[in-house]
Design a protein around this ligand. Structure first.
Ligand code: PGA
Length: 254
């Protein structure tokens, strides 16, 4: 059985004081919740304060990006060892906003992913098609390209340690969620691909999150699908109450 995993992607939101406030609230709301991995991904500037606020809690902290080199002349970048130093255990790589606005490619996603794994961080690798690609019938081609490119050269062992987030770009921040059937179809496709690329064991172990306008209202029907193991939540993770509700609903509906 794959343990469900719910992660909040706070994107470029929250000062450290605001971030601590939400972390404190989540702590109270989720203190007794087990059987699900809970992750929050604040901006870099709030990583340390949120990690401190969540010390010894059942909520892990993740970053939203990582550079592949450990240190050096890379102005503006942050390395995996720096993230670990700040208490991060997870890192999102290849989010569509980074692919779209910051020139992220499969090749750079792959390098970031390997750096994360090499330092013992769990990468949450984002894949997914945009609206034009879906309408052109290219959804599976895009997913295949993102998965093959981003995961290139990984051993089965390494692949078994990642989390994949299927995030159709047209569903991100739009209020237009994929239907549970659309999401399940994509997740099943990714799982088959993992079997082809690695092994049946890896395919059976890797958790695949859905992301794109997840809310307390739609999480139950999404997570009830056999290949949906969790969610990467943007907008609804910016307040404690909806995020905590999503975590609890995910647990009770899986
Ligand atoms: P959303 O964002 O929940 O606001 O659609 C999801 C994401 O971008 O990870």
């Amino acid at each position: 059985m794959r343990k469900p995993i719910i992660a909040g992607n706070w994107k470029m939101n929250k000062t450290s004081l605001e971030a601590i406030a939400i972390a404190e609230e989540l702590k109270r709301d989720l203190v007794d919740v087990g059987g699900v991995d809970i992750v929050v991904c604040p901006p870099f500037t709030a990583l340390q304060s949120v990690s401190e606020a969540l010390t010894d809690m059942n909520i892990a902290v993740g970053a939203q990006n990582v550079h592949w080199v450990d240190n050096g002349a890379f102005t503006g970048e942050i390395s995996a060892s720096m993230l670990k130093d700040f208490g991060a255990r997870y890192v999102i790589v290849g989010h569509s906003e980074r692919r779209q606005y910051f020139g992220e490619t499969n090749e750079t996603v792959n390098k970031r992913l390997r750096a994360a794994l090499a330092h013992g961080l769990t990468p949450i690798v984002c894949v997914g098609e945009n609206l034009a690609e879906r309408e052109a019938g290219k959804t599976f081609d895009v997913i295949k390209n993102h998965c093959e490119g981003s995961l290139a050269g990984l051993s089965g062992d390494e692949a078994g340690r990642i989390v994949i987030a299927y995030e159709p770009v047209w569903a991100i921040g739009t209020g237009r969620t994929a239907t549970p059937q659309q999401a399940q179809e994509a997740h099943a496709f990714i799982r088959q691909l993992l079997e082809k690329l690695f092994s049946a064991d890896v395919a059976g172990d890797v958790r695949i999150q859905y992301g794109g306008s997840v809310t307390p209202e739609n999480i139950a029907s999404l997570i009830a699908q056999p290949d949906i193991d969790g969610a990467l939540v943007g907008g609804a993770s910016l307040k404690a109450q909806p995020f905590a509700t999503i975590v609890k609903a995910a647990l009770s509906s899986k």
